[in-house]
Design a protein around this ligand. Structure first.
Ligand SMILES: [Zn+2]
Length: 194
């Protein structure tokens, strides 16, 4: 678990472990984020714990350490946040900057979602439930993000890149997030649509 915190003017969350990634750039035109994108990630796939996610986001993954890592060679990615299985929050990129989590994507026709979103990765997979501690920390991070930025929607990676991505997957409980953050359904346009 981690304590609820706030996001400062520098875009860093007070309750996160800061693990800066070099994989970011300025948001074009200095626009503020209006979208939160929820993901899942585990490295190796379906294995939790260990340092591979951090190493991957910091471009220092040992690609010979696991057969799956071979396909990650040369990839430069990051996310603003990673929420570990025990609820610990890690931050890799200031929310003021553009992290590289969404890739080719479209939010109701608006492309390049990285330009205008904050990315939150839950350590997990499409084949297992997330932990209560992760939902608790996710609520805190979402609330803090919404206090700092004019967020008006939350979506899954699979919503904005449906041909390529399946995360956060069938085990992610959108209504649990909605209730936990006490947000009207209008903040979840893909949920409202379904
Ligand atoms: Zn994703």
């Amino acid at each position: 678990m981690s304590e609820a915190g706030s996001i400062g003017g520098d875009g860093w969350y007070s309750s996160a472990h800061r693990l800066p990634s070099p994989n970011f750039e300025a948001r074009p035109g200095g626009i503020e984020p209006t979208l939160i994108v929820i993901h899942n990630i585990s490295l190796p796939p379906d294995e939790f714990g260990g340092g591979a996610i951090t190493e991957f986001f910091q471009n220092r993954l040992d690609h010979s350490a696991h057969p799956y890592y071979d396909r990650l060679r040369g990839m430069r990615v990051s996310s603003h946040f990673v929420i570990r299985r025990d609820g610990a929050v890690e931050q890799y990129v200031s929310c003021n900057e553009r992290a590289w989590h969404a890739g080719l994507s479209s939010f109701f026709g608006r492309e390049r979602c990285n330009d205008f979103s904050v990315g939150i990765e839950l350590e997990g997979s499409d084949s297992s439930a997330f932990e209560a501690a992760q939902y608790a920390s996710l609520n805190d991070v979402v609330r803090a993000t919404m206090q700092r930025y004019p967020i008006d929607a939350l979506a899954g990676h699979s919503d904005i890149a449906p041909d390529r991505k399946t995360d956060p997957g069938p085990h992610f409980e959108w209504l649990r997030l909605q209730n936990g953050c006490e947000l009207p359904l209008q903040y979840f346009p893909y949920l409202a649509k379904a």
